[in-house]
Design a protein. Structure first.
Length: 342
């Protein structure tokens, strides 16, 4: 019969249940492991929710029938798979700083973001299936490398109001249904102060999660080469991979079906986010008092800490660990802003 991961949504029962391989079951068990012990009932509940979600949204059909407007998503989130590491895991590079800083969230509704990101995750799962066939063993994780070049502190308020909210929403709506697939997370080309502040926050993070995350101020070519061959590293970082890796296009020509009429409708609180954007874009007086700037920066840090705590609470229930780096980036960005303002 056809492989279980290619069953048409129309052929599935309402609950979405289908045969599953051992590697998938193990991922869901690991997602709810606490104190070294599996929490089988919690994992079963997570798995049932994921299968029903796939059935309701038609996720099993999304690879064969690409969602309308996908080209827009590809212009906003540049994150190709560039090869495999020495363990056979897919390697993905993303222009993370450009995505966060160029106001990409406003171009799609939340509904479209969920649809596109689900397609993205399914393509990544297909990469791992292909890697498994190539290696002759299960490959259930991948290596994520996020380039933070292009990030701009001047957009901090807008990022918190829009991009960080989008990342959080995608985590709740999509990523929690793909647990335990991140093997290594490398964020690079960050300001030096990022790693210093991260060292403070990682003391309160899950040690398993911390072990997956690396932050580098430049391009860590030597570290890349420890994990993967040059053929998997884009040429601009010192490798020899020539796969298409364009810069983020923040003035895209394509439009999604539902976002075309209301490009900024993804936000749940549009008015408040617009105020944040206006605050970010409003010219600041050269005579602004340092104490006022520090107060604003401190408020920004408090908001970011709230974001981190909320996602840490989600992580306590086993939500995907790849969401944590995004939250940490928000906190590190804000803490850096506080220090610079002071």
């Amino acid at each position: 019969g056809e492989p279980s991961f290619r069953i048409s949504s129309a052929k599935l029962p309402a609950c979405g249940w289908r045969p599953l391989d051992d590697a998938t079951l193990l991922r869901f068990l690991k997602a709810d492991r606490r104190g070294g012990r599996f929490q089988s009932q919690a994992s079963l509940k997570r798995l049932q929710a994921a299968l029903q979600w796939r059935r309701e949204l038609g996720i099993d059909d999304v690879v064969e029938f690409e969602p309308p407007g996908l080209q827009l998503y590809k212009q906003l989130r540049v994150r190709p798979v560039t090869g495999q590491d020495y363990q056979g895991r897919p390697v993905q590079f993303e222009r993370l700083g450009e995505f966060l800083s160029q106001g990409c969230a406003k171009h799609c509704s939340l509904e479209d973001w969920i649809k596109f990101y689900s397609w993205d995750q399914e393509m990544l799962m297909n990469e791992m299936r292909t890697a498994s066939l190539r290696a002759g063993k299960p490959v259930s994780t991948f290596v994520f490398c996020g380039d933070f070049a292009g990030f701009n502190f001047r957009n901090a308020y807008s990022i918190l109001a829009n991009e960080s909210r989008l990342v959080s929403n995608l985590g709740r709506a999509v990523e929690r249904h793909y647990p335990e697939i991140a093997g290594v997370i490398i964020v690079f080309n960050t300001p030096r102060i990022f790693s210093q502040v991260f060292n403070i926050f990682k003391s309160v993070m899950d040690p398993v999660t911390v072990a997956k995350i690396e932050i580098h101020s430049g391009v860590p070519l030597e570290r890349f080469l420890q994990l993967m061959p040059k053929e998997a590293i884009p040429r601009e970082y010192g490798g020899s991979c020539d796969r298409n890796y364009p810069h983020v296009n923040s003035t895209p020509t394509a439009s999604p079906t539902s976002a075309a009429e209301s490009p900024s409708s993804y936000t749940e609180e549009k008015n408040s986010c617009s105020e944040c954007q206006e605050s970010s874009d409003r010219p600041r007086s050269n005579g602004a008092r340092p104490s006022e700037a520090l107060t604003n920066a401190s408020s920004l840090l408090k908001v970011s800490v709230g974001v981190l705590l909320g996602i840490l609470a989600s992580e306590a229930h086993g939500d995907p660990q790849r969401l944590l780096p995004a939250a940490c980036v928000c906190v590190i960005m804000s803490a850096s802003y506080v220090l610079l303002a002071g």
